[in-house]
Design a binder for this molecule. Structure first.
Ligand SMILES: Cc1ncc(COP(=O)(O)O)c(C=O)c1O
Length: 436
């Protein structure tokens, strides 16, 4: 064995020993804490990252392309383009859809339907490309776009739907694709909360023109930061590759075509379009290559946790409303959202304060109704119909952990904490003693 390999083996063993010793994210009964997220990385990913750094080939290259192929295969799509975040994947998809390289591309003033219950960077790329977001309410059952309100929102300027599979619950893609066909609309799927989710056995992200995923720390698998766009459209892929890095043709599969067209320009620097720099690094891809095969198992745990919560919190359904898995959908539970019903004699603040005091982290359901956030005051948008359900989610909703590291002890602790809160607030203190 050469010296280099010997040193790498030592580094590998040291990282492994460190992680085996200190990476314990399981629930501790003597110090109960249930965080919203825990790392999905182990020593293997960290070694892959360090190994990549040591190779000195760290900027986007072969590992990114290999991971793109691996991810496209996982989602059953033909192509994928990795970027440095889920937000960048969303940006790239919108930028490509509003680019003259795309047939029948979106023009300034064109409208794109977005869910009120979505994330900031689901919507900002539209505004950044002079498109008009049309904000549509969610359905209080599955939390995804309300299909009736969606159809009513379609107007003469509407060109696309940019949907979100909220908290990992797939949208009803039969209905949405039928609507899109009927009204000749592009579909962009924001799958940033839904990695691994399927509808009718097919991966989310593979239904519309393009689907965007996030590998941020808190997501189903992580490359630290990172995102990826999947599509079956080769030309759209090429455009995303060009826009991802400066607008040059270098990373396009058909780079040679441009070299032949512009023989007087140095082939390394042919700028054939506008562009950004949204590139991921080889380090992100190296981590992704190891994480992806673990995804389905990590999701199994999320689904078991959600089943447990649903079963054991059902006794409080007088006060709690739960998200319903879409028929034909496989929900991957980015977190566990709960909405308080009107007759709950306590507020979100009451219950979340109680949980947080007992070290169970909570948060709003995404960020509630995006249309209520101050940024919208400055930019053109259209609110289509009432947003009453998204308002309810914002005012009466909260979420807690449902990730891969929530084990049976953590599940029981969460349910017991909620049980004792209800006993205290609703049934009076005397019953708490009995309940504990
Ligand atoms: C629906 C949705 N879209 C986009 C993003 C952005 O992803 P990232 O944090 O990787 O930029 C998120 C983040 O959680 C999200 O929930």
């Amino acid at each position: 064995m050469d010296k280099k390999q010997e040193l790498l083996n030592k580094i590998h063993d040291n990282i492994k020993e460190y992680c085996d010793t200190y990476f314990d994210f399981s629930f501790q009964t003597n110090n109960p804490v249930v965080r919203l997220h825990e790392p999905t990385t182990s020593g293997d990913e960290i070694f892959a990252a360090v190994d990549t750094m040591l190779s000195t080939f760290t900027t986007m290259g072969k590992k990114v392309r290999a991971f793109e192929n691996q991810y496209a295969q996982y989602t059953g799509t033909k192509h994928s383009v990795m970027s440095n975040s889920g937000s960048s994947a969303n940006l790239l998809a919108v930028a490509a859809l509003a680019n003259p390289f795309t047939r029948d591309y979106l023009k300034p003033g064109d409208e794109v339907i977005v869910p009120a219950l979505s994330w900031s960077t689901t919507i900002w790329p539209l505004i950044q490309h002079n498109l008009v977001p049309v904000i549509v309410d969610c359905d209080i059952n599955d939390f995804n776009l309300d299909l009736d309100k969606l159809e009513k929102a379609i107007g003469p300027k509407t060109r696309a739907i940019k949907l979100v599979h909220v908290y990992g619950n797939p949208c009803n893609m039969d209905a949405i694709m039928a609507l899109a066909k009927k009204h000749n609309l592009f579909v962009i799927e924001d799958c940033c909360e839904a990695m691994g989710a399927t509808y009718d056995g097919k991966s989310v992200g593979s239904f519309g023109l393009v689907g965007n995923f996030s590998f941020f720390f808190s997501h189903h698998i992580s490359t630290m930061e990172g995102g990826i766009s999947v599509t079956n459209d080769f030309d759209f892929t090429e455009t995303m590759r060009i826009l991802r890095a400066h607008g040059w043709s270098r990373e396009a599969d058909e780079h040679q075509k441009y070299v032949n067209m512009y023989p007087d320009i140095d082939p390394r620097f042919i700028f054939i379009n506008v562009g950004y720099n949204l590139r991921p690094t080889e380090v992100n891809a190296a981590m992704g290559q190891i994480q992806l095969p673990k995804l389905d198992k990590l999701i199994d745990n999320r689904r078991e946790t959600a089943d447990f919560y649903l079963k054991h919190l059902a006794k409080h359904s007088e006060f709690f409303h739960f998200q319903k898995e879409t028929p034909k959908g496989k929900h991957v539970w980015f977190g566990f959202p709960v909405i308080l019903k009107d007759n709950a004699p306590f507020s979100v603040k009451d219950i979340t304060t109680y949980m947080q005091q007992r070290h169970i982290e909570t948060r709003p359901v995404i960020a509630g109704n995006m249309a209520r956030h101050p940024a919208f005051k400055m930019y053109e948008h259209r609110i289509a119909g009432d947003l009453s359900s998204a308002d309810t989610v914002m005012k009466k909703g909260f979420a807690f952990a449902c990730h891969h590291a929530v084990d049976q002890h953590a599940r029981e602790y969460v349910v017991q904490t909620i049980d004792s809160f209800i006993a205290e607030f609703v049934h009076g203190r005397s019953k708490i003693t009995a309940a504990v």
